[in-house]
Design a protein around this ligand. Structure first.
Ligand SMILES: C[S@@+](CC[C@H](N)C(=O)[O-])C[C@H]1O[C@@H](n2cnc3c(N)ncnc32)[C@H](O)[C@@H]1O
Length: 256
């Protein structure tokens, strides 16, 4: 198993940048079930990105999150792990939001079909129009419209630290169900590896205000043990910047 440490300048500058960032506009999605999907307002974010002359993904990375290059960092790590070299033909993403990971995924591989489950309707519509993805009806933690074993790559980024423990766990069952034998499951969670005392202090004093359930922690062992019961083994993990600290990206492979 490959584990990438946090000792890059990106991480250091990311945390530093975040500590100094200005607050930004957050609204509650209309179909929010209780503080789990506070997210960026579509119109205002698009306008601000346009005014800054940046793609919406770069704008979120650089200006809103203060972590320039964070999305590309994760994509590059996944690339180095061979996630895209496997040429996934069917990709499913939970909570793509602005599509910053989706867009970069599509520069690394050319799936025939890309399904999204996104509770924020305005962002889902934008992704359908812009990238030709298929937006599935999204409710709770269900991937019911997607058949068993039909997806090569299932991913979610910066989602399971914004929802409740049970919402994330229920999605884990579904992610394993829809992944084909030999397929991969990629997601990040805020594990113990992301919660040393300095990080906890930073969250308590600098981060998360107004986000309700964000940031939610998830024990790493819980994920590894649960996915093992689905025949999915942990192939690799690495830390990626999030807010004032990090999440841990876990890469699982489902037994062929
Ligand atoms: C913090 S944002 C991350 C968005 C995107 N992945 C990114 O990193 O920029 C969390 C996303 O998950 C969506 N979301 C929240 N609850 C969800 C649920 N139960 N099912 C699917 N998407 C959900 C939100 O609308 C939002 O787009």
């Amino acid at each position: 198993m490959r584990a990438v440490g946090r000792g890059t300048s990106l991480f250091k500058s990311g945390v530093k940048g975040l500590l100094g960032r200005a607050g930004f506009d957050i609204v509650r999605s209309t179909n929010n079930l209780g503080g789990v999907d506070d997210f960026l307002p579509f119109e205002a974010t698009m306008r601000a990105a346009r005014a800054a002359g940046k793609s919406v993904g770069d704008y979120i990375d650089e200006v809103m999150n203060g972590t320039p290059g964070a999305t590309q960092f994760t994509i590059d790590e996944l690339g180095a792990l061979g996630v895209f070299a496997a040429e996934p033909d069917r990709v499913l993403e939970i909570g793509p939001g602005s599509g910053r990971y989706l867009e970069k995924t599509l520069t690394e591989c050319s799936p025939e079909r890309y399904e999204v489950y996104e509770t924020a309707a305005s962002w889902a519509d934008y992704l359908v129009d812009t990238f030709g993805v298929v937006a599935r009806p999204t409710a709770g933690s269900s991937l019911a419209p997607t058949p068993d074993g039909s997806i090569d790559l299932v991913q979610a980024h910066k989602v399971f630290n914004t929802v409740t423990f049970l919402c994330a766990c229920r999605y884990f069952f579904e992610m394993a169900r829809v992944t084909r034998p030999g397929g991969r499951i990629v997601f990040d969670v805020m594990t113990e590896a992301c919660l040393d005392p300095a990080a906890v202090r930073a969250w308590a004093t600098q981060g998360g205000a107004g986000h309700d359930s964000y940031p939610a922690a998830m024990p790493r062992r819980t994920c590894v043990d649960l996915f093992a019961t689905f025949g999915c083994s942990l192939e690799a993990s690495f830390l990626a910047p999030m807010g004032v600290a990090f999440t841990e990206v876990l890469v699982f492979a489902k037994a062929a």
